[in-house]
Ligand binder design. Structure first.
Ligand code: SAM
Length: 193
């Protein structure tokens, strides 16, 4: 699959992949409040728009897989022994009900079809599984600054409030909540049996 800016911010990440891990890494404590809501043990984790695999690596689980559209980001993930598949988050190359948790971390605002991405996350979750999406609130001072900086950098980022993202998660059929609020918030969605 060729890099395609129509599906999201991908080409820029291909260009900066070698430097990406210089940014502060995703921390496990930011994900745990959402993952704790799962109604099943978490074994297989799918990190959507997972880039270099920071999310999977922070959880230190044996069965974590990244799906990302940027080949260079996936190459960096593989250097960290994280398995990866190239694809569009809005059309996941993953079977129905095959994972216990889906992570979408600092990525949904870069994707062109966020509603389809969340529907795909709901499709691949096993009953009792959980979606954890970490995003940034554009109504906060830091959120406005981040949005302006990303647009200057050339990204097409579109940010959501936590309430708006929770509504999208609910619309995809998951039980939505906001276990962590603020500038950098987490929305969870549990797939009820
Ligand atoms: C800011 S990075 C976040 C990477 C990782 N989740 C993290 O927290 O470090 C955003 C990632 O989303 C990916 N991306 C953007 N649009 C995408 C799409 N439609 N499908 C799959 N990946 C996409 C980019 O290639 C990039 O690796």
């Amino acid at each position: 699959m060729a890099s395609d800016t129509r599906i999201g911010d991908v080409e820029v990440f291909d260009r900066v992949a070698r430097l990406y891990d210089l940014k502060p890494a995703t921390r496990r404590r930011k994900l745990e409040p959402a993952l704790a809501l799962a109604d099943r043990d978490i074994g297989r984790v799918l990190d959507v728009g997972g880039g270099t695999g920071q999310g999977v690596r922070s959880l230190d689980l044996p069965d974590g897989v990244v799906v990302d559209a940027a080949a260079e980001m996936l190459a960096r993930a593989r250097e960290h022994d994280v398995e990866g598949a190239r694809g569009d988050a809005a059309r996941l190359p993953v079977a129905d009900e095959s994972v216990d948790a889906v992570l979408i971390l600092d990525a949904l605002h870069h994707m062109a079809r966020p509603d389809a991405v969340i529907e795909e996350a709901a499709r691949v979750l096993r009953p009792g599984g959980v979606l954890a999406s970490l995003e940034f609130d554009p109504t906060t001072v830091r959120g406005r600054a981040l949005a302006a900086a990303e647009h200057l950098f050339g990204f097409d980022s579109r940010f959501f409030t936590a309430a708006d993202l929770a509504a999208k998660v609910r619309a995809a059929g998951l039980s939505a909540s906001i276990p962590r609020g603020g500038f950098e918030y987490t929305v969870a969605g549990v797939k009820r049996s």
